[in-house]
Write a protein that binds this ligand. Structure first.
Ligand code: ATP
Length: 241
C-alpha cells in the first residue's frame, strides 16, 4: 500500500565509543502493527530502541517518525511527539507508590484531569495496579513492576510504544499476562508496538512482522509467521535441534 510508515530507519549507524553497534539498519514500522525485533545477545536490539527514542544519537542515517525527521532530537521531545519507551529492566521508582510512579510518567501532561483520566485507564488495563495503588514500587513483584513500567509509559498516550524485553525474568503466568496486555493495547487502542524479545516464539506469535538482528545488521525480515518457520531462526532462537 501507499501508506506512510509510522517509523522508518534508514542506514542507521550507532556507536558506543569505538564499538559499532548498529551497522546500517533499515527498518519500517507501519501504523497499527506489532513488529518484533529478535536476535541473540549483543545483536543491537536495545541499541535500536535507544536510537529511536533519542537516548542515543546515530552517527549516520536517519530516523523518520510520521514523516518527520526526529534523528538526534532530545528524548523528551521525541516522547512528546508520541513515542514512549519501556527500557530493559523496568526502571520504576522504588521509593514512590504505584500511583506516584504513574503520575511521574505523565510529567509532560499539565492538565490534572487528563492525568487522573489516564491513571484510571491504567487501572482499568491493570486491575492489579489499582489494588496496589499505595504500595511502594520497590516492594512489588517482578511481574507487577513490569506492568507498572508499561502503565507508566502509557501515561503520555503514545502512538508508538517501544518495549524492551518485557517478559524478562517473569514467571510463565506473568509472561502470558504481559503478552495479553500488549495485544490488547494494539487491538483495542490501536497503539503501534515495536517489541524487543528474547522470548522469540511468544513475540512471533503476536507480531505482524519481524526483523532478525545479528551483530548490528538485519539478517532477515518478513511476516512473523514466515520468520517463525525459517530454519535458521528455529535453530538459533526457537530452541529447535
Ligand atoms: P541483549 O539481548 O544481550 O540485551 P542486545 O541485542 O539488546 O543484547 P545491545 O545491548 O544493543 O544488544 O548491544 C549491542 C552492542 O553494543 C554489543 O556489542 C554491546 O556489547 C554493545 N554495548 C551495549 N551497550 C554498551 C555500552 N553502554 N557501552 C559499550 N558498549 C555497549
Amino acid at each position: 500500500t501507499a501508506e506512510t510508515p509510522m517509523l522508518e530507519l534508514s542506514d542507521v549507524h550507532t556507536y558506543y565509543g569505538h564499538i559499532h553497534a548498529l551497522k546500517g539498519l533499515n527498518m519500517t514500522v507501519n501504523p497499527g502493527e506489532i513488529v518484533a525485533l529478535i536476535g541473540g545477545n549483543g545483536a543491537g536490539k536495545t541499541t535500536t530502541l535507544r536510537t529511536i527514542s533519542g537516548m542515543m544519537k546515530p552517527k549516520v542515517g536517519s530516523v523518520i517518525y510520521e514523516g518527520q525527521n526526529i534523528t538526534g532530537l532530545p528524548a523528551h521531545t521525541i516522547m512528546q511527539r508520541g513515542i514512549s519507551h519501556v527500557p530493559e529492566g523496568r526502571r520504576i521508582f522504588a521509593q514512590l507508590s504505584v500511583r506516584e510512579n504513574l503520575e511521574v510518567g505523565a510529567y509532560t501532561v499539565t492538565d490534572r484531569r487528563v492525568i487522573e483520566e489516564r491513571v484510571q485507564e491504567a487501572f482499568a488495563l491493570f486491575p492489579r495496579l489499582k489494588e496496589r495503588e499505595g504500595q511502594l514500587g520497590g516492594t512489588m513483584s517482578g511481574g507487577e513492576q513490569q506492568m507498572l513500567a508499561i502503565a507508566r509509559a502509557l501515561m503520555v498516550n503514545p502512538r508508538l510504544l517501544l518495549l524492551d524485553e518485557p517478559s524478562m525474568g517473569l514467571s510463565p503466568l506473568f509472561v502470558e499476562a504481559i503478552f495479553d496486555i500488549i495485544e490488547r493495547l494494539n487491538k483495542e487502542r490501536g497503539t503501534t508496538i515495536l517489541l524487543v524479545e528474547q522470548n522469540a516464539s511468544m513475540a512471533l506469535a503476536i507480531a505482524d512482522r519481524a526483523y532478525v538482528l545479528q551483530t548490528g545488521e538485519i539478517r532477515l525480515s518478513g511476516p512473523a509467521e514466515q520468520i517463525a518457520q525459517d530454519e535458521s531462526v528455529r535453530k538459533a532462537y526457537l530452541g529447535d535441534e
